[in-house]
Write a protein that binds this ligand. Structure first.
Ligand SMILES: OC[C@H]1O[C@](O)(CO)[C@@H](O)[C@@H]1O
Length: 571
């Protein structure tokens, strides 16, 4: 309910008051946001269908640790034996099989932005799903070639990577503004659901020693892609993309549909006008914005680096240490059925992501991420110390009690991650950039997430062999670093419009003071990307204005009272 209140707060601070005060006769019909507006069929459908992109990501992540233990998979592809003479993978082979998906995702994420700008969000989503299916086919048709599995995982990874940029982007461009944050966070929720379902399926097929046992969970991957492709064909294209391509009527229709109102409703007029102004502002500067502006634009280098570092740190917290190697880790601490342990980890991850969606709205980005990082730091310290100092008895046998304690701390860690850094980083990175650079910057930051995902999954077997559970201290250090980075560099975005956030970065508002920073009068004009193009209109002082680059000041697109009245959106 508090989230609801907050949404209402956004709504009222953004518009209706000024509308009604200026012209009490002609009250524009701004939407009152309540439970009915939030839980509409179209919004739920968007949350489920489009978040399938996250599900596919999570399912693939969860599947692999099961494969590495599966008798039939080992029979066909293992290249070594363990101390007990049982078939096993060497570090390089298991590392490659696990990690190639991440390399593919990295490439997929990087090329997703230009493809989606050219062909649209909707068709790109279908395209990346098809690529994912091709990757699955390449893996499934082999019977003996381990490298075919590796190549297939790389191709499937391209699809997962493309979807990891497209899903949050489509959702944020299409969702009604009052549920945008929650919808984007559903992406992470579905990642965790995918991991959990994969663990359950791994468990279900564990006893199956038949020759094709491993192909069942892999083949099931098709189902999710199929559902997403079918579902998305019934959804509208992103109105922002359509507008840019000149399909203005269709864009208006989509906005009306997503808000559940008529096309002449003030909400629709306002949103279409904002899209229009943004577009015109870009055209005013010649419409050509070379890619390197993402580094040279106003405080863009700072923001690109921040996004890249935050996404890297989301991986360096060490969550995937558990998700990729969970079964292996818990077998080595003497837990009888590692599949059961994985299912517990997956369930904790999924279950605690729900409160995560609430927490990030209720307490704000900075406190959530800082507290989460410190909590994860503490959990890894204990986990690593237990593993290194207490796990083995003098006679070399594992102590089950210590093993259980380690699992408890692993669960506490995962709960902390799922409530904070899991969904939180996708949300804050999406808020860092002005619209015209968003796709490229998000692709770069997402690629950083995948790069570290790859590096960690590939090197983890080697590092664990070398330093055993002391590896946990490395993650603990990174979690601590995460708290420091957020404290010193991330501005509080809670309750702010994207334009305000942009202004805070451009003006260099100190992150520690950002929560209470108040733009001076004039702030309320819906100048969108022009935030930094219209410093005067925002009432910022001379010193602050001087920090806005000259050429951007010249690009100013005036927004007059008359303009707003004509649009019927604001007065
Ligand atoms: O929930 C855990 C999962 O979340 C991610 O960090 C993505 O946000 C994945 O890399 C990880 O497997």
């Amino acid at each position: 309910m508090a989230i609801l209140g907050r949404l209402r707060g956004h709504q009222s601070s953004a518009s209706p008051d000024s509308l009604t005060m200026a012209d009490p006769e002609k009250k524009p019909q701004m939407l009152q946001v309540g439970v009915k507006e939030i839980f509409r069929v179209r919004i739920i459908a968007m949350a489920i269908i489009v978040s399938m992109g996250g599900f596919i990501f999570g399912y693939d992540t969860g599947q692999i640790s099961g494969f590495l233990e599966m008798p039939d998979f080992l029979n066909k592809f293992a290249d070594s034996t363990d101390q007990d003479g049982k078939l096993a993978f060497t570090n390089s082979r298991s590392g490659l099989i696990v990690a190639l998906l991440s390399i593919g995702t990295l490439v997929g994420a990087l090329i997703a932005a230009p493809i989606s700008d050219k062909f649209g969000r909707k068709y790109s989503i279908i395209f990346w799903n098809i690529i994912f299916c091709v990757g699955v086919i390449v893996q499934i048709v082999t019977t003996t070639k381990w490298y075919q599995i590796a190549i297939g995982r790389w191709v499937a990874g391209l699809g997962v990577g493309g979807l990891s940029v497209l899903t949050p982007m489509y959702q944020s461009e299409t969702a009604p503004r009052y549920v945008r944050g929650a919808l984007v966070s559903c992406y992470q929720l579905f990642i965790t659901l995918g991991i959990f379902v994969a663990y359950c399926i791994n468990f279900g097929t564990e006893a199956d020693t038949s020759a094709r046992a491993w192909k069942i969970p892999m083949g099931i991957g098709f189902i999710w892609s199929f559902l997403m492709i079918v579902g998305i064909t019934f959804m509208q294209e992103s109105p922002r993309w359509e507008y840019r391509k000149g399909k203005i009527d269709s864009a208006r229709k989509t906005v009306a549909l997503t808000y559940g109102v008529n096309e002449d409703h003030a909400e629709v007029t306002r949103e279409i006008r904002e899209i229009q102004m943004k577009f015109e502002a870009e055209q005013a500067g010649g419409g050509h914005h070379p890619w390197y502006e993402i580094f040279t634009g106003p405080r863009m280098l700072y923001r690109v680096l921040l996004g890249v570092v935050l996404q890297a740190l989301q991986q360096l917290t060490g969550a995937n240490y558990y998700f990729y190697y969970g079964t292996t880790i818990f077998e080595s601490v003497g837990i009888a059925n590692p599949y059961v342990t994985s299912i517990i980890l997956g369930a904790v991850n999924f279950g605690t992501t729900f409160p995560g969606l609430y927490i990030v709205e209720k307490y704000g980005r900075r406190p959530t991420l800082i507290a989460g990082a410190l909590w994860m730091f503490m959990c890894f310290l204990v986990f690593a110390s237990l593993g290194h100092f207490a796990l083995n008895n003098d006679d070399g046998t594992s102590s089950q009690g210590v093993g259980y304690a380690m699992i408890t701390f692993a669960c506490l860690f995962i709960a902390g991650f799922a409530m904070t850094w899991g969904p939180g980083i996708w949300a804050v990175v999406g808020e860092l950039y002005p619209s015209r650079y968003r796709a490229k910057c998000m692709a770069l930051a997402t690629a950083s997430n995948w790069l570290w995902n790859f590096l960690l999954s590939f090197f983890t077997p080697y590092i664990t062999s070398a330093i055993d559970y002391r590896y946990g201290y490395v993650f603990a250090g990174c979690c601590f670093a995460g708290a420091v980075v957020v404290y010193f560099f991330l501005c509080e975005a809670q309750g702010r419009t994207l334009e305000e956030i942009d202004t805070m970065y451009i003006l260099g508002v100190p992150p520690t003071k950002s929560k209470h920073w108040q733009p001076t009068e004039g702030e309320d004009l819906p100048t969108l990307d022009n935030t930094y193009l219209t410093p005067g209109a925002r009432g910022i002082n001379k010193k602050q204005e001087a920090r806005v680059p000259e050429e951007l000041r010249r690009e100013q697109v005036p927004v007059t009272e008359a303009d707003m009245q004509a649009s019927g959106a604001r007065q």
